[in-house]
Ligand binder design. Sequence first.
Ligand SMILES: Nc1ncnc2c1ncn2[C@@H]1O[C@H](COP(=O)(O)OP(=O)(O)OP(=O)(O)O)[C@@H](O)[C@H]1O
Length: 291
Amino acid sequence: MTPDLMEAGAQRLARARGWQPSGQTEAGGRSASFSRPLKAGEVDTTHGRILYLEDVHVSFDGFKAINGLNLDIAPGELRCIIGPNGAGKTTMMDIITGKTRPDSGTVFFGATIDLLRYSEPEIAALGIGRKFQKPTVFEELSVFENLELALATDKRVWPSLRFALNGEQKDRLAEVLHTIHLKDAVTRRAGDLSHGQKQWLEIGMLLMQEPKLLLLDEPVAGMTDEETARTAELFLSLKGKHSLMVVEHDMHFIRAISEKVTVLCDGSVLAEGTLDQVQADERVIEVYLGR
Ligand SMILES: Nc1ncnc2c1ncn2[C@@H]1O[C@H](COP(=O)(O)OP(=O)(O)OP(=O)(O)O)[C@@H](O)[C@H]1O
C-alpha cells in the first residue's frame, strides 16, 4: 500500500472512531504510522522508546558540541548521564527541549513526534519537563501556591493568583506534596525552605504538569548528604510512572539510583552500561583521569 493510501485509510478510521481530527495528529498531520493510532496527549511507545536521538550534530562557531549523538530511553526508565565538563550534556538537553536546534539528526518523542518540528513551549506541553540546576521557585509564595501556579498554563493569572483548582487538581496537588516530602511545609514560604526542599518543590511543580519525560540537570548539587539520599528515594519512586534523564556528577547519587548509565564525551556516547561497567571501561577512565 502506498503511503498516501495508508494516510487516507488512517484518517478515515480516525474520523469513524472519533480520534484526533485530521491535521492535528502528533505526527504533525499524518495519521498513518506502523503502530496503532493515538489518543490525544498519548505518546506512542510501542517500539519501546520514549526518546530517540540519532546522529545528532550541533556546532557553535565551528566547534562540534554534539557530534553524532545516538541515544534512546525506554518508557519508565531512569537513565543517568555522566561525562566530563564540556561533554555536551546540557546541549543535549537543550536540543531535546527545543532550546537549541541541531544542525542535523533525528530527535523523536515516542515513535511519531518529531521534536524538531516543535517550539520550546510546545515541547513542554507535549509532556517533557526540564529542571535546571538552580531552583527557580517563587520565593514569596507558599509551597501550596507554587504548586498551584504550576498548573496555571495561562501565565496572565500569575500576578493576581486568581486560579481555582478543580477536584482532580486538588487530589494531584495532595499526591505531589506527599511524593516530594513537603506535606508538613505546605503553608511555608518557599524562600524559607532549605536548598534541598526548594529543589523538591521545583520537581513537584514539574510533576503537577504530569510530564511523561523529566530531564534533570545536576539535581543534587549543593544538597546535604541526607537531602541527597531523600532525592534518590524520590527519583526511584518516580521511575516507572515517568521516564527520567538525570545529568549528575555525584557518583554516590548515581550509584544509588542508576540502572543504566550513559557516558558522554566530546558530544557523543563514549560508553553505556551499569555504573560498574562504565567505571571499569578504560576509555572512561582515560577521559576522567587523563584531563
Ligand atoms: N551557546 C554556545 N556557544 C558556544 N559554545 C557553546 C554553547 N553552548 C555550549 N557550548 C560549548 O559546547 C561544549 C559543550 O557544552 P555543554 O554545556 O553542553 O557541556 P556539559 O557536558 O553540560 O558540561 P558541564 O558538565 O560543565 O555542565 C562546551 O565546550 C561549551 O563551551
